[in-house]
Design a binder for this molecule. Structure first.
Ligand code: GLU
Length: 312
């Protein structure tokens, strides 16, 4: 059994899908790294359904994604958690932060206008417009919809060392500015994910590097809330031949589509494992567990993986 060096806890990873649609190859490649990293060292794997952001969610997507995961050979060590069943925990964390929060009434367009030269791929930086301002006369009504932002102090840098992507050195104030922890009563993903990972003893967070720029905010929250920080591993995404993140226009890369077409889990897993350098060109495995002894971070390329169905 492997133990985290800093916390002496059993190492714990998690799969945290959002039920916004069916799982595709991009999700699975990241989940393989998360699952194998833990299984290779005798650690635990948890499953959390990130269903906080209601509008984008599809009914039944949670059940379908668990079915896809099981079909591919994933398992988890505890009952899955749904974020919508954990609101009381998030609200308690919100209350703990409250002295440092302020309501913001700016629209996204207001913030975009205030940002002089946004760079592609960067998150929108909030310039602090509402910070320290007296509340408007009709505040009570508008607070229902206000964004609650954390007033960052210079010590809230949120810098960290990513186990895969290396050192993150840009302070949160520079990357995103005072960030949102709730909109009205709806707790933001950024806060929920920190509360959940800490409450469930997660020591290793493996996820797509699209979330990397949002991570300094999470690191700030761990430190503000006095919670133990996990180690982060942000990994490159899967793209189509055009370099854009895998999407419908690149063909149907949903696991359910391959399954319906009679393609075995082993073929899918082998193709993805080759992309991580865990198998040689013509090598194959039949199950996910076969890859446990092959897992290594050393061979995983630092660049996005370009998918093509011919790789199957
Ligand atoms: N639920 C997020 C997603 O599906 C992942 C967040 C995380 O792993 O922290 O993109």
């Amino acid at each position: 059994m492997c133990v985290d060096n800093t916390t002496q806890k059993r190492r714990t990873g998690r799969l945290a899908p959002s039920p916004t649609g069916a799982l595709h190859l991009g999700n699975i490649r990241t989940f393989m790294m998360a699952w194998l990293q833990m299984r290779a060292c005798g650690g635990r794997v948890l499953l959390r359904i990130e269903d906080l952001d209601h509008p984008k969610h599809k009914a039944g997507a949670d059940v379908a994604l668990m079915e896809d995961l099981r079909w591919l050979g994933f398992d988890w060590d505890e009952e899955p958690l749904w974020q919508t069943q954990r609101l009381a925990l998030y609200e308690a964390a919100f209350e703990q932060l409250r002295p440092k929060l302020y309501p913001c009434f700016c629209s996204r367009a207001d913030i975009q206008r205030a940002q002089s030269a946004p760079h592609p791929g960067e998150v929108l930086r909030y310039p602090g417009t509402c910070r320290g301002k007296p509340l408007p006369a009709d505040a009570d009504e508008r607070l229902e919809k206000a964004a609650w932002r954390l007033a960052l102090s210079p010590k809230d840098e949120g810098c960290f060392t990513d186990g895969f992507a290396g050192a993150w050195t840009r302070p949160a104030a520079e990357v995103m500015g005072d960030f949102v922890v709730a909109r009205g009563k709806a707790i933001a993903y950024t806060l929920a994910v920190v509360v959940d990972d800490a409450a469930t003893g997660v020591t290793d967070v493996v996820r797509g590097d699209d979330i990397l720029p949002a991570t300094p905010a999470q690191v700030v929250l761990y430190r503000q809330l006095g919670l133990p920080e996990p180690r982060f591993f942000h990994v490159p995404l899967v793209t189509g031949a055009d370099g854009a993140r895998l999407a419908k226009r690149h063909g149907d890369t949903r696991i359910s589509a391959y399954r319906a077409a009679g393609i075995s889990p082993g073929r899918i897993l082998s193709a993805l494992a080759r992309s991580c350098g865990w198998l040689q060109k013509d090598e194959t495995v039949s199950t996910l567990a076969d890859l446990i002894p092959r897992f290594s971070w050393e061979t995983v390329p630092k660049t996005p993986f370009v998918w093509d169905d011919a790789l199957l």
